[in-house]
Ligand binder design. Sequence first.
Ligand SMILES: [Mg+2]
Length: 372
Amino acid sequence: MVFLITDLDDTLVPQTESPIGDRYLIDFNRIWTNELVSKNSLLVYNTGRSITLFYQLVHQKSLLLPDYLICGVGTEIYRFLPDSKLEKLQQWTDFISQDFFLEYIRQVTERWVSSGLVRLQSETENSAVKQSFYFDPQQLDIIQTTVVADVEASLCSTSPVKVIVSVQHGVGHLDIIPFKANKGTAAMWLREYLGVAPESTVVCGDSMNDYDMFFCSVPIYRIAVGNCEENIRREFLKVSSLDPHFYLASKCYAGGILEAVSQTVTVETKSGDLYRGTLHDAEDNMNCQLKKVTCTGRDGKITPFEHVFLRGSKIRFFIVPDILANAPMFKRVEAIKEGKTGRGLGLGRGRGFIGGPVKATIRARIKRQRTT
Ligand SMILES: [Mg+2]
């Protein structure tokens, strides 16, 4: 089971023309539909877009309808019913809307609208728990030092809010949302609401808008796609060598998601040590190299390694992600299992599995049969 929560713009879907990004999206859709839907996996989109702009994107791109949609920068959560109808999770809205006094927020922001510094966005972009404005990106400094400071100071005692300033494709956006709402808190609330374990949860993003989702305190798995913003890249480079929960993909857009999810494996050796990391190389005899590895010893001691080589003869079993079913290495293993070739190794029956960033359904107990 995979609980995949992904940002849309410039993570799953390229915002500018990108034939390779479009192709990755088609690959992602195919693999998700063919390999994961039947395994109770859940797909969640987590976007700053309103519900209206989400449907615009669905019509523009070949986007699968998700199981859940978090939209409006974490202010609304919807469930897609089997007939594609939407059901709003009102519990979330009720939770975040306490202390969010819309009328008072409008009063405070009115002076900045009158001055022309900000312009209220259309009705579809606003809600009872979100007020959004446009501004000229050339005024970014003034917005940050004057408007944001004023709004925060005016509202902090009565209606604590979060003010988000961003520039997207040449347009300035200023969003005022409840203090408790962001892409991270909404994602983790939904995870708890559905009772999904952290180790089955993967979040994907590309920009500072995804920061709260990336750096939440729950030990979920986080993927920054290869085309991510420079500051996100820097943050991931800093932490990913120390913490295997962070993965900086080399491929862009949905290709980065597939790359990251498909390469994380867990290996148990015959001595009882568990190695968890990204699969760098594997041979038919199951000799393999892992990178960014966390080794959990039989005594529970955890040791990080940058690079590990494991002999196939020492391996008791592999746990590989669902998506790896499409990988060439696993195709070879399947061929061996079906007796199409007998060189090198054989497969026993599954012996249980441990949670990973993606819970494995492929359970391969691998027993090396090569004669010495
Ligand atoms: Mg994005």
